[in-house]
Write a protein that binds this ligand. Structure first.
Ligand code: ANZ
Ligand code: ZN
Length: 889
């Protein structure tokens, strides 16, 4: 059976013990070319799920393909081992998170072995081991020394359930924690940040170099970084309240990408946490209540609610004495630009909606909307709002002194107006980013300790490199609330490395995204005790050629890794990183999700467990046991609550690793959603059995070839059209398979090409016109090209052939070269008699080279020849390419 067969070859296959026929050589005896194939390392949950199966099936297929091609392949695996789940599990089960993590790692490694993935286990890294986090700390300190790691008081997202700080990106659009689901609160705390915004421009600009990344990932990164060029401008504050409010800032600064609309501004809107708003709130109870209500609605709040600040307005920067009202509006984001928007209802949808709502209750009905940009062409409709950037500026009649701006295009107006503002000292061109600095502080136990000591005299001091790693102390009982490290006195109370006075150790640990932002650098030199990795190794082995993983990491992990890689390049750790603009991943493959078959009771819409269904009558169309009805069947994201999960272990036990791997690759293109249907695996199983049958067929068993090389290199001279056809089909399939591995990664079509190739041989087993050596050569090629995906069957098949042929060594492995298609040997000749086409003769290419007498003899014996030529008086024979003309008397 297939599972037994797979287990038989376990060791050999897992360790990639094959004898290679040839090594790919680079030019002029350079070293073997490298290929760095990386799959995203998993969090050690203890359970390998079907999504893991999919990624590793892809990466192992590529790994084996390149190894067969003689590449020096780096195909490492490791564990993203710090993080909250271990800590929570430890609290629940009262065990050490380290023990829990390590036992999970062992379990998952076993499961990976069941899949027979060939990983470089000697490169294994585990981020929670001191020999790894020592260098996470080392890298943090390099950032600290380069001014990229700093501490500042910040309003943070506080998860009241997990008692921890969350990064913005860990808060979903509903304002809930991605992990606990709790509504996130705001809190002020001193936190560690990494200055990713200093790299924001490069991170955005270099996206265009990533030709082999999926464009949706690049778009997501681009939107996340959010580089935006525009103008910042100052509005002078005019305070009309005469109660003794403390002095406010003289100006409010706003950022706009449409300064050309400046003459249409009708109000200014401020974010809830704008300093002026905060200040006025101390005097205005109604304002306090408005802020509270708005905050409760959370960040997804796109209502157009607003609060007009009474007694406060601002002056237009260019139109003297024009006063503009000021509102507080939750649609203004506090952390973007300056937390202030110049409201232009005439040219912006959001501003328009806000302004209409703000004037609902007033007597301004219909509300007055000012428009100062007009379509270039009078035929175009002048909509309200007019949001198009194709237009020209028109200065309203009541505004004096700017008539010469009339007619400027949007672009020209932006330049002219910004230059004018700049002269007045009231504005300038600027670039804004959506991305914020990376908040890495976590007030939790299970993470890399931040290697800093706080001294009253010296401030935050770096732990000297010789004292790294700052070991995470063992904690006997983890509290479920707060940071357990703050209670470990020996850890906290230390001497300042700088002045020797009593000092306190930092107790924040790092966001686990920090651990995973550089693990692919560690893989290249995992046992280095002095440095995170040797720069010379980086020069040789980086960048990663192919990175495979889930699209859920499209933004953060990839962005942080790119940032880290650019930083390491800048400080010289990756000496030739500059050649790649510090981009670590040349090609990115995001595999699609695996969905499971889901059964729903149509009566109550409840998800059904498999044992609530009766599959006995029809396995594809079960019946609900309790009511005899048919369930609704659909494919959905696998989850415990839907009872639609599939366990890779079970599938492998039932069908063997080869069929499981081939099935998962065959069912869908790697980037698409895969609807998991185990019953379809039967097709793959039949195909694999067919290969084994072929190996036992007359192709290999009846005619022996004592020289393996003679078969592998097989003669290229083909004797007849059937051989040519067979050979050409073989070459076409080999070409398509090779291109799929090297270019398109269309691994599902690889399997269907394997099947076609198998059928080609199967159909010709008893075809006597095809030389057996040619068939055996094709069979060996088939056995080699299936190795990347179904290595065990490939080994078994090779063993059968070696045995049948009596070869005294194992089969040499190689990736067959794709050879050019051959033309058939025969040509169709038109036989023309006295100017009339009479019949066709199929003959060899050399036919026309024959002596005239022989040509006549051959043709005359054909049925057509008997009819038209026999016994006739032939005056002349003219042979011209594919036409043979006779002139008869
Ligand atoms: C006036 C204006 C007129 C605008 C117009 C747009 C169209 P991006 O491209 O995303 O950078 N804005 C500025 N700061 C904001 C904040 N903190 N929260 C919410 N919105 C803010 O968007 C820039 C535009 O978003 C700016 O240009 C500003 O509105 C708004 F016809 O200024 B604009
Ligand atoms: Zn000190």
């Amino acid at each position: 059976s297939l599972p037994e067969l797979c287990n038989k070859w376990d060791e050999k296959v897992t360790n990639f013990e094959v004898k290679l026929l040839k090594k790919k050589q680079g030019n002029d005896n350079k070293e073997t070319p490298k290929k760095y194939i990386l799959s995203m390392f998993p969090y050690p949950s203890g359970m390998l799920h079907i999504g893991h199966l999919r990624v590793y099936a892809i990466s192992d297929a590529l790994n084996r393909f390149y190894k067969l091609n003689g590449f020096n392949v780096i195909h490492p695996m490791g564990w993203d081992a710090f993080g909250l789940p271990a800590e929570n599990a430890a609290i629940e089960r009262k065990i050490d998170p380290n023990t829990w993590t390590k036992s999970n790692i062992l379990k998952m490694k076993e499961q990976m072995k069941l899949m027979k993935v060939n990983f470089d286990w000697d490169r294994e890294v585990t981020t929670c081991n001191p020999d790894y986090y020592k260098f996470t700390q080392y890298i943090f300190l390099q950032m600290f020394k380069n001014g990229l790691a700093y501490r500042k008081e910040a309003e943070i997202n506080w998860d009241p359930v997990d008692k921890t700080v969350l990064a913005n990106e860990q808060v979903d659009s509903q304002g809930r924690s991605w992990r606990s689901g709790a509504i996130v609160e705001k809190k002020l705390l001193k936190q560690w940040f990494l200055g990713i915004t200093q790299y924001a421009h490069d991170l955005q600009a270099d996206l265009k170099l990533l030709k082999n990344w999926p464009s949706n990932v690049k778009t997501m990164q681009k939107n996340w970084i959010g580089e935006s060029t525009g103008t910042e401008l100052k509005f002078k504050v005019n305070l009309e309240i005469n109660d003794n409010v403390q002095k406010l800032d003289d100006y409010i600064t706003a950022f706009t990408t449409r300064v050309d609309t400046l003459f249409s501004v009708q109000y200014l809107a401020l974010a809830l946490n704008h300093p002026i708003v905060k200040h006025l709130a101390t005097k205005d109870q109604k304002l306090v209540e408005f802020i509270k209500t708005a905050e409760k609605l959370g960040p997804q709040n796109d209502s157009k609610m607003g609060y007009k600040l009474r007694g406060l307005n601002v002056y237009h920067p260019l139109v003297s004495n024009k006063k503009i009202p000021v509102y507080v509006a939750p649609y203004v984001i506090g952390s973007y630009g300056y937390g202030a928007v110049m409201g232009c209802p005439g040219h912006d949808e959001r501003d328009y909606a806000f302004w209409v709502k703000a004037n609902e209750d007033t007597h301004n009905n219909p509300v007055k909307i000012i428009k100062t940009i007009k379509p270039l062409n009078d035929d175009c409709e002048w909509t309200t709002p007019y949001t198009s950037k194709s237009g020209k500026l028109i200065i309203p009649n009541e505004i004096l002194g700017y008539e010469f701006f009339n007619g400027l295009t949007v672009k020209e107006a932006q330049i002219a107006i910004t230059e004018k503002l700049e002269k007045l000292g009231l504005g300038k061109f600027t670039t804004q980013f959506k991305i914020r600095d990376w908040l890495i502080s976590r007030q939790r136990y299970w993470g890399t300790p931040i290697p800093i000591i706080h001294c009253n005299n010296c401030g935050p001091v770096a732990v000297p490199e010789k004292d790294l790693p700052v070991m995470l102390p063992k904690v006997t009982s983890l509290a479920s609330k707060g940071n357990p490290l703050t209670f470990v006195d020996q850890f906290v109370n230390v001497k300042c490395p700088n002045c020797g006075h009593d000092a306190k150790r930092e107790t924040d640990t790092m966001d686990t995204f920090m651990d995973s932002s550089w693990y692919f650098f560690r893989y290249i030199d995992p046992h280095n005790e002095k440095l995170p990795f040797d720069p010379e190794m980086a020069r040789k082995l980086l960048p990663v050629d192919m990175y495979i993983g889930g699209v859920e990491h499209a933004i953060l992990h990839l962005l942080y890794s790119r940032f880290m890689s650019k930083f390491l390049t800048k400080i010289g750790m990756w000496p030739n990183g500059g050649d790649f603009n510090g981009e670590p991943f040349q090609k990115l493959v995001t595999q699609g999700m695996v969905h499971g078959m889901t059964y729903i009771n149509p009566e109550n819409k409840r998800f059904l467990k498999p044992d609530e269904l009766d599959f006995s009558k029809n396995p594809n169309n079960p019946i609900i046991k309790s009511n005899g009805k048919n369930p609704l069947i659909s494919y959905e994201k696998m989850s415990k609550s839907k009872y639609n999960g599939a366990d890779p272990k079970e599938c492998i036990a039932k069908h063997g690793s080869d069929a499981t791997r081939a099935h998962i690759l065959f069912q869908a293109p790697i980037s698409d959603i895969l609807n998991w249907d185990e019953s379809k695996i039967i097709g793959v199983e039949r195909w694999l059995q067919r290969i084994l049958k072929l190996c036992n067929s007359s192709i290999s068993s009846s005619v022996k070839y004592d020289n393996q090389m003679a078969v592998l290199k097989s003669s290229k001279s083909l004797h007849n059209d059937e051989e040519v056809k067979f050979y050409n089909t073989l070459q076409k399939l080999l070409k398509s398979i090779t291109i799929a591995f090297t270019d398109t990664l269309s691994l599902n079509t690889v399997i269907s090409d394997y099947m076609k190739l198998t059928n080609l041989l199967y159909d010709n087993v008893n075809n006597a016109s095809i030389d057996n050596q040619l068939k055996l050569n094709a069979l060996v090629k088939l056995i080699n090209v299936i190795y990347p995906i179904t290595p065990c069957v490939s080994e078994e098949a090779a063993a059968i052939i070696v045995k049948n042929q009596n070869w005294n060594e194992e089969l040499s492995r190689y990736w067959p070269d794709v050879e050019p298609i051959k033309q058939p040997n025969t040509v169709s000749y038109n036989v023309v008699i006295n100017g009339k086409m009479r019949f066709i003769y199929c003959g060899s290419k050399d036919f026309i080279e024959l002596h005239e007498g022989e040509i006549i003899k051959i043709l005359t014996e054909l049925p057509g020849g008997i009819k038209y030529l026999k016994g006739k008086d032939i005056m002349k024979v003219i042979v011209k390419k594919k036409v043979i003309s006779f002139v008869l008397k």
